[in-house]
Design a protein around this ligand. Structure first.
Ligand code: PLP
Length: 367
């Protein structure tokens, strides 16, 4: 039988099924008790005063920037290398994304590049904790504080990750999470905003529900970004499993790294000393001295039943949409180089030690 090791696999069981059944039987389907409880437990888990549930991670970022009153004429510094939502949320405000280059080993936004990009128009910095590794929060926070601008944490890939013992999503001005199916914990689709600022949380609650201060009294222009009860019920169960999932991801990453560091031409992900990385993705660099190029290696692994992916093949500013908008001339050489080299290998909790031995065996044979 052909072996298949997927790149992602949501782990849902009997507990999630029971939780869904309970919601369906209750007849309360949207933004009720389960959503309130999920917000409370998520806020406790992250260590923040407020959590606001929304329909997905993109809605969380959009709502966060709207709550911060980012608008036309404002600039927001964002990583050149991330999922496109880290930048599209700026376009939604009619504001201007300004792209900062990354650290070529951790793949996270480079704080000195951020500093270079600050102008009088900068309203906020967005940092993504990419692939589950917290960004350099000390430096980014100092820059944000010095310039009196907001620091938005795109924590869509980093539930439970820690920077110097503090959970991401509770370090900057406001944090944004995604519970998309492949994430460290899932609700199918879903998102969460986290903050210690009660005014930002108040605005976020209005924005997600058509600006309703009370039933049919609309005080600001809002949206329908509400979370269904079924999603919150799944989220409550997944949140209880999150630390276990992350432990397995970290363990898998450790075994992968042991194998990969012996293979010349492949560089395992670099983990900063001051962080707890939760390995949403396990991303290796394929160097020029590896016998075959990244794309050929990906093709070979897929042929052998190993689900791999390229996160991400193009810097955001070179995406067709961004070229069309005139951003294509930006230059972030490290992001451009990394896009040509990165390859994500399966690391999720359903990956077994035997799976990893199989993957390493293939890589050794090619090397
Ligand atoms: C870094 C990052 N930001 C934002 C998002 C958007 O989240 P969602 O897909 O839930 O809208 C994602 C999701 O893939 C992401 O990886």
């Amino acid at each position: 039988m052909k072996r298949t090791i997927p790149i992602a696999k949501p782990l849902l069981g009997r507990d999630e099924q029971e939780a869904i059944k309970e919601v369906l039987e209750s007849g309360m389907l949207v933004q009720g008790e389960k959503v309130r409880l999920f917000e409370k437990e998520f806020a406790n888990y992250i260590g923040v005063k407020q959590a606001v549930a929304v329909s997905n991670g993109t809605a969380a970022l959009d709502t966060a920037l709207k709550a911060l009153k980012v608008g036309p004429g404002d600039e927001v510094v964002t990583p050149a290398f991330s999922f496109v939502a880290s930048s599209n949320c700026i376009l939604y405000q009619g504001a201007k994304p300004v792209f900062a280059d990354i650290n070529a080993r951790t793949f996270n936004i480079d704080p000195s590049e951020v500093l270079n990009k600050i102008t009088a128009k900068t309203k906020a910095i967005i940092c993504a904790h990419l692939f589950g590794q917290p960004a350099d929060m000390k430096e980014l926070k100092e820059t944000a504080e010095d310039h009196k601008i907001a620091l938005v944490e795109d924590a869509a890939q980093a539930h439970g990750a820690e920077y110097r013992g503090q959970k991401v999503g509770g370090i900057g001005t406001i944090g944004c999470f995604s519970f998309y199916a492949t994430k460290n914990m899932t609700t199918g689709e879903g998102g969460m905003i986290t903050t210690n600022d009660s005014e930002l949380a108040r605005r976020a609650r209005l924005l997600r529900d058509h600006g309703q201060a009370e039933k049919y009294r609309h005080v600001i222009l809002g949206y329908n970004y509400r979370m269904p009860e079924v999603c919150a019920a799944i989220g409550l169960v997944q949140l209880r499993k999150l630390d276990g999932f992350n432990k397995k991801r970290r363990g898998n990453a450790e075994i992968l790294t042991k194998g990969i560091q012996k293979i010349s031409g492949l560089i395992p992900p670099q983990v900063n000393e001051r962080v707890k990385h939760v390995f949403y993705q396990y991303v290796v660099r394929v160097e020029d001295d590896f016998p075959i190029g990244r794309d050929n290696l990906a093709e070979h692994l897929i042929k052998m039943g190993v689900g791999v992916a390229v996160h991400y093949p193009i810097p955001i500013y070179k995406q067709p949409l961004y070229r069309e908008l005139g951003y294509g001339k930006a230059t972030c050489p490290r992001a451009e180089d990394v896009c040509k080299r990165v390859l994500s290998l399966p690391v999720h909790p359903a990956v077994t030690e035997e799976n990893i031995a199989y993957i390493i065996g293939i890589l050794e044979k090619v090397s």
